[in-house]
Design a protein around this ligand. Structure first.
Ligand code: PAF
Length: 283
């Protein structure tokens, strides 16, 4: 595996690969890699000739300075995992390399970016659109891989791709979970042992709410999820919305979903750690 730290260096390698008729898969990450990331890499490995993984903690998507400062940075361990997974190129730039000047672009992301994470973290999705569009412009991948844990992020990236006219396939990959159901996340390492024991209540509750939903209204199901998670120590739900899977707009009734099964999206604090998860309601 080659570690590349400059935009020009990366561009050269991917241009060569494209010129040789090779397909290129990109897995954008912020490092602190876990099995969830590696599942994206495995999928990219199967589907592409050249696999590029970017490891970059993107400052423009953090709307909280403490969150950015404490975001785990584990480059050496990340490189070992990527090498083992058969990655061709790890792209690990500095902030100055990616943003030689401040990125002032404002994307018209529309309704998909206005609710949930968009409402709670102003500017977050614009920052995601900035970095992902830069990576797409540099790598020009045939396919890019994203985890469904960040369900709304995928909708936002699809919107950015439409706006910018990128020609690539966005591949969404299923959530990877720990044995006790907790969705894998780089943030899980920040949980105390006691909090780590409680945190699986998020997935457990979402999973049990699918049965509950068969006999209850959407509003009752929302209340059930929020009350159940909040009844545990350390836990506090920030929002729980059941949304249309394409538009991300919150639904009032189960029958309001126009584009497939409704998806329940939750963000909950476990102590100071902000965790997200989601579930499909195939009713
Ligand atoms: O999902 C993430 O880890 C980040 O938002 C991404 C897509 C790598 C952009 O920084």
């Amino acid at each position: 595996m080659e570690i590349i730290r400059t935009v020009d260096g990366l561009r050269q390698q991917v241009d060569q690969a494209h010129a040789a008729g090779k397909s290129v898969g990109l897995v954008p990450t912020m490092g602190a890699l876990h099995a969830g990331h590696i599942s994206l890499v495995d999928r990219a490995r199967k589907e592409n000739d050249l696999v590029v993984v970017s490891v970059f903690v993107n400052p423009t998507q953090f709307n909280n300075a403490e969150d950015l400062a404490t975001y785990p940075r584990t480059e050496e361990a990340d490189c070992q995992k990527l090498e083992k997974a058969g990655v061709d190129i790890a792209f690990i730039p500095t902030v100055e390399e990616i943003y030689p000047e401040p990125d002032t672009r404002v994307f018209e992301l529309g309704e998909v970016a206005e609710v949930m994470e968009g409402a709670m973290r102003p500017g977050h999705f614009n920052g995601v659109a900035q970095i992902v569009s830069k990576l797409f412009a540099i790598v020009n991948p045939d396919r890019a891989y994203f985890g469904e844990k960040d369900f709304q992020q995928i909708a936002v990236i699809r919107r950015m791709v439409e706006l910018e006219g990128f020609k690539l396939k966005i591949v969404d990959c299923p959530i990877c979970r720990e044995e006790d159901g907790l969705a894998m996340s780089s943030r899980n390492t920040r949980l105390t042992p006691e909090q780590r024991e409680v945190a699986p209540v998020i997935h457990r509750t979402l999973a049990s709410s699918v049965d509950w939903a068969k006999q209850h209204t959407l509003a009752e199901t929302k209340k059930y999820v929020i009350d159940e998670i909040n009844s545990f120590p350390h836990m506090e739900v920030e929002y729980y919305e059941i949304v249309d899977p394409l538009t991300m707009q919150p639904l009032a009734e189960w029958t309001d979903a126009r584009n497939g099964a409704p998806v329940g999206c939750v963000t909950a604090y476990c102590g100071k750690v902000r965790l997200i998860d989601n579930i499909k309601y195939n009713l």
